[in-house]
Design a protein around this ligand. Sequence first.
Ligand code: M6R
Length: 624
Amino acid sequence: MCGIVGYVGRAKAAPILLDGLRRLEYRGYDSAGLAVVNGRHELQTRKCAGRIAALAKLMVKKPVSGSFGVSHTRWATHGKVTNENAHPHFDASGKLALVHNGVIENYQTLREELISGGDTNFRSETDTEVLAHLIGKLYDESCATTVDTPQKKAHMLEAVRAALQRVIGTYGIALIHSDVPEFMIGARRGSPLVLGVGKGENFLASDVSAIVAYTRDAVYLNDFDVVAVDREKFEISSLAGETGDHQVSKVEFTAEDIKKGDYAHYMLKEIFEQPGTVRDAMRGRLSPEECTARLGGLNMTPPQLRDVGRIILTGCGTALHAGRVGEYLIEALANIPTEVEYASEFRHRNTPLTRETLVFTISQSGETADTLGALRESRRKGFRTLGICNNVASTIARESDGGVYMHAGPEIGVAATKSFTSQVVILTLIGLLFGRMRTLSTAEGSRIIESLEALPEQIETVLKLSDQIKEIAKKYADVTGMLFFGRQFNFPIALEGALKMKEITYLFAEGHPSAELKHGIIALIRPDLPSVFIAPDDGVFSKNLNNIEQVKARKGPVIALTSGNGASQLKTLANEIVTLPEAPDCVMPVLSVIPLQLLAYHLAVELRRDVDKPRNLAKSVTVE
Ligand code: M6R
């Protein structure tokens, strides 16, 4: 949510900043801007509402020069989407430029205080501008007569610390000042910020993908860190001014990994990566000899694992839906009572937790504000809290007591796809591990391992349905919406199918347990609102069949996903039949979700939607 890139070095800053913004555009894309200081100590700014492409156009008309600067791509929180509200924002003198990700909750109070002190030079409606003014004011007060650059840097750092101590809220920031050459400051609290360490150049970014083309050496800042950066060195200290040790880590992926390749969209690329990502989620974690899973990252001894009496799975959006599959899985395989909680609710409510409760947070990015809030609340209460994350350097991964990484590689498409199937596979491994310590026999454990091992090839088979699904999407391109229904393990897949559909086609879509149809939803059934049934040939197939009959009786079109003998029974009922490979109930969700990802994708393309950057959304939601 909002992307930040900062650069200080010997190269021209503007192309590096623009390139970084393009890679971060999936984090926010309603406006963009940058500020670069030239050799004459002039701050040059270009910013505009719209996409990075609009900023790039502006830069061609009005280029800037200089070797240090900051830039930003915005997802609006405070203030409309206008040129004025785009970042960077400036202090009253116009010499300090600041970019910000997060929310300054007490900005009204600070703004009023600044105005009553005589500062009337506010140009935007944003919370960010207030922070820029506050830092600028404190700097100007301390630095009035200073001419020496090292001293200016020290004063600037002090001003940042003092201002941030007054802030209530969250921030990842980067700032420069035209009087302080080749110097930039970054700080974080609640919004991610990473320092890229180069040779004779350094970078700041809210996400390492912005800078991985230039350096793979990174320092992931912690909350309350402030970093002072120039060309050759950097110094990290706390808000109170104490310096400490920080580790430089190697970024796991390269710039190649975040290219779209020959695919029309990242989403399609990521859907097609699933045979590999599902394999990577299991790699080294299956033990066919002991018919169980090995999950060393949980950091729990066998007695501790045996003592777990209740599990809470929490997350948001797609990650929450994976958790809902996990609830069915863990209860079926391990017989441990499992509940799924919206992270945004869990963090604020008083869920009764017993001593033997284990909490899992599920998050692709590892930076989702509500999921992080849930993690912190759970740990504050003293509960062991584990993460299921993709981003290994993320805040959730770092603050958890242990966990399991997805190893799915960077996910750029705003609509989550491959992260979902990896999360479900990991939850199956968790169910298997706990199950084998309880009632699951070696034969059952072994069957689950075989089904998991078969998944990558079966996913390849499902992906071959893409052309059939494209035809279905074309046929239904003028519908007013879609309903999704499933039972048991496939009920959460109905929720996920509906979420994908809403997100990228903007059509009305809802997911429900099939049986709920007759308790109200049936009133919606009509010829221009198709129902998608996820109805594999399993123990509840005949029940799904009844519900399909109920829809057909009311002239509702039916698109059915089925398997085995399901197709022959649906022949006269369903308008469209998509046949999945046969698989046991517990792994079917990994297969059944893929046609729904493809259906949403092809329909969105048919409707000419911006698939990778759907309106109003951002990839990583780092605000509440
Ligand atoms: O990064 P996270 O997994 O924590 O993200 C959670 C949700 O914001 C995310 O799944 C969102 O719902 C996706 N856009 C769904 O496609």
